[in-house]
Design a protein. Structure first.
Lengths: 118, 426
């Protein structure tokens, strides 16, 4: 099994205007997804939802501190999961079920730091 | 043994057995790059061994055993290093003491070639990387030649191939044939890559005749292999039929000056009848295997043209009918354009013009030279020389291909003369 990060990129403006019911439904969808990961033969190794990019602080070059996200985009990183999957096919199969109604997800292999893969 | 006879046998073995050798070695090496090096070493060691002992009865089996032995030696030497690198497949999936693996049973090895093809054409790789990887890994074509075929610089192509191989290894794209449920979709990605390979060869510009023919031959060989390995998937035979029937016209596609010849102007007596016969047989088989897919339907259309004694005596209503069915399974504006061109023959240019007008608003065809070229042809046939000239000029702006440009120039000159001879309208 290998680790993959599922990065959720979405239009955050849509979250600001969503109803409490829609928010509740989305939370339920994420709870369902965390169960589906195991049903598909994978496992969950972590994951968090992130607050809006308007709360972000960026530090470049180790010293310059600015308000806002590292890169300003309409669809921004809003959360992530780390899953264990057999291979990329399996990871993609899992990631297809990850809720991201206002954007999409990106699957990235997690690196074993004992070797430099770059 | 004569050096040139050995060299010829080696060249032949490279052409026909490379995919066998590499794909079987990947399972032992667990890594594409290592497997490639071991396969190359096997061909190098064959030169000496075959000169000494003669060419073996089954060169592919000899080379596969040699390449796998190189891979095993390396694994033993580098066991600690290798353990740290991500492996494409666990080397343990091959038992070195299993005689079935060593003796190269015919049933097991085709699977390996399919594994290699499905990995190279994995949908998570960029389409242009899929074609390049297929040419490099499945066909064993060196990177400089792959670069030339796609008209990009060697460093660009080397980077493209390296990036794709790295993704296969780092992201762990599995080295396996997809399961039954996902096979049709994954197969489509493979067939598309092979078709693109063929089209690249078929439409390559003037002055690249050798590269062009080589690409067409490679694509045909791949299509043949896929049809032999996955006969129950009718689309593999559909693709083979399509390539055979298209390739049968290879000699007549351009004139002595390399200028493009339309179907109407091609010398049909020079079409390769053997390829046509085989193409028709293969296509008929695919058509009889259930609801036809897009490659089978395109092959059927090519088949109607191949059987027609002339452009006028083509069964155009049948062509239109096949395009209708093709649109139902593969609705793209290019198919709709080709259908309109067939309608022009079946029902006259006036019936086809409104169909083209609908397509001119499609943004996907905005830069497609065949749309204004087709339009120009229809207008010319309807007697509108000025309109035809305007459309030919537009088509010329859009094409980068020398042979196609020369063709359009010639047509433009013809309609311009006609327009000049007529009194100006109004």
């Amino acid at each position: 099994m290998s680790k993959y990060a599922i990065l959720i990129y979405e239009d955050q403006a849509r979250y600001a205007t969503m109803s409490p019911e829609a928010w509740g439904a989305l939370v339920d969808a994420h709870n369902t997804f965390t169960k589906q990961v195991f049903e598909l033969g994978g496992s969950l190794a972590g994951g968090e939802a992130l607050a809006s990019t308007t709360t972000a602080t960026t530090i470049k070059g180790g010293s310059t501190v600015t308000d806002g996200p590292f890169v300003e985009t309409k669809e921004a990183l809003g959360g992530f999961y780390v899953v264990e999957a057999r291979d990329l096919d399996h990871a993609v199969e899992i990631a297809k079920l990850c809720p991201a109604p206002f954007g999409g997800v990106e699957v990235r292999p997690v690196v074993d730091p004992t070797t430099n893969p770059f | 043994m004569q050096a040139d006879a050995v060299a010829a046998a080696l060249a032949q073995a490279h052409r026909s057995e490379w995919a066998f050798v590499l794909s079987a070695t990947v399972r032992v090496a667990g890594d594409l790059d290592v497997a490639e090096e071991c396969a190359q070493e096997a061909y190098v060691s064959a030169l000496q061994a075959w000169t000494r002992d003669g060419v073996p009865e089954r060169p592919g089996a000899w080379l596969t055993t040699a390449a796998r032995n190189h891979a095993r030696d390396r694994l033993r030497r580098e066991v600690t290093l290798r353990r740290k690198l991500p492996l494409l497949v666990e080397p343990a999936t091959v038992d070195p003491h299993d005689p079935a693996d060593l003796d190269w049973p015919d049933a097991a090895v085709p699977d390996d070639r399919l594994r290699l093809v499905f990995t190279c054409c994995h949908p998570t790789l960029a389409p242009e990387a899929r074609v390049a990887l297929t040419l490099r890994l499945v066909c064993g074509v060196p990177t400089p030649d792959v670069a030339r075929a796609f008209l990009v610089s060697e460093p660009t192509m080397a980077a493209r191939i390296t990036r794709a191989k790295k993704k296969i290894s780092e992201a762990r794209i599995p080295y396996r044939v997809p399961g039954r449920a996902e096979l049709p979709e994954r197969l489509d990605s493979v067939l598309t890559a092979v078709h693109l390979l063929f089209s690249t060869g078929h439409t390559a510009g003037e002055g690249k005749a050798l590269v062009r023919e080589e690409l067409c031959d490679r694509a045909l060989h791949l299509a043949r292999t896929l049809a032999a390995l996955l006969p129950e998937q009718a689309e593999t035979r559909g693709l083979l039929g399509l390539l055979l029937l298209t390739d049968a016209r290879r000699a007549t596609r351009t004139d002595e000056q390399g200028r493009l010849l339309l179907l109407a102007d091609q010398d049909r007596t020079r079409w390769d009848q053997r390829a046509i016969l085989e193409g028709l047989t293969v296509t008929a088989g695919a058509l009889a295997s259930g609801p036809p897919g897009r490659f089978t339907l395109q092959a059927a259309i090519a088949g109607v043209h191949a059987m027609a004694p002339s452009l006028e005596q083509t069964d155009w209503p049948r062509v239109v009918h096949l395009y209708d069915r093709l649109l139902a399974v593969w609705n793209t504006p290019v198919v709709a354009l080709n259908r309109a061109a067939a309608v022009a023959f079946a029902d006259g240019p006036a019936a086809a013009l409104p169909l083209l007008d609908e397509l001119t608003t499609d943004p996907r065809l905005a830069d497609y030279p065949y749309l204004p070229a087709t339009r120009a042809n229809l207008l010319h046939r309807l007697g509108d020389a000025a309109g035809a000239a305007q459309s030919y000029r537009r088509a010329m702006e859009l094409t980068a291909n020398a042979a196609e440009r020369a063709f359009l120039e010639q047509r433009l000159a013809e309609v311009s003369r006609a327009a000049g001879a007529e009194p100006a309208p109004g």
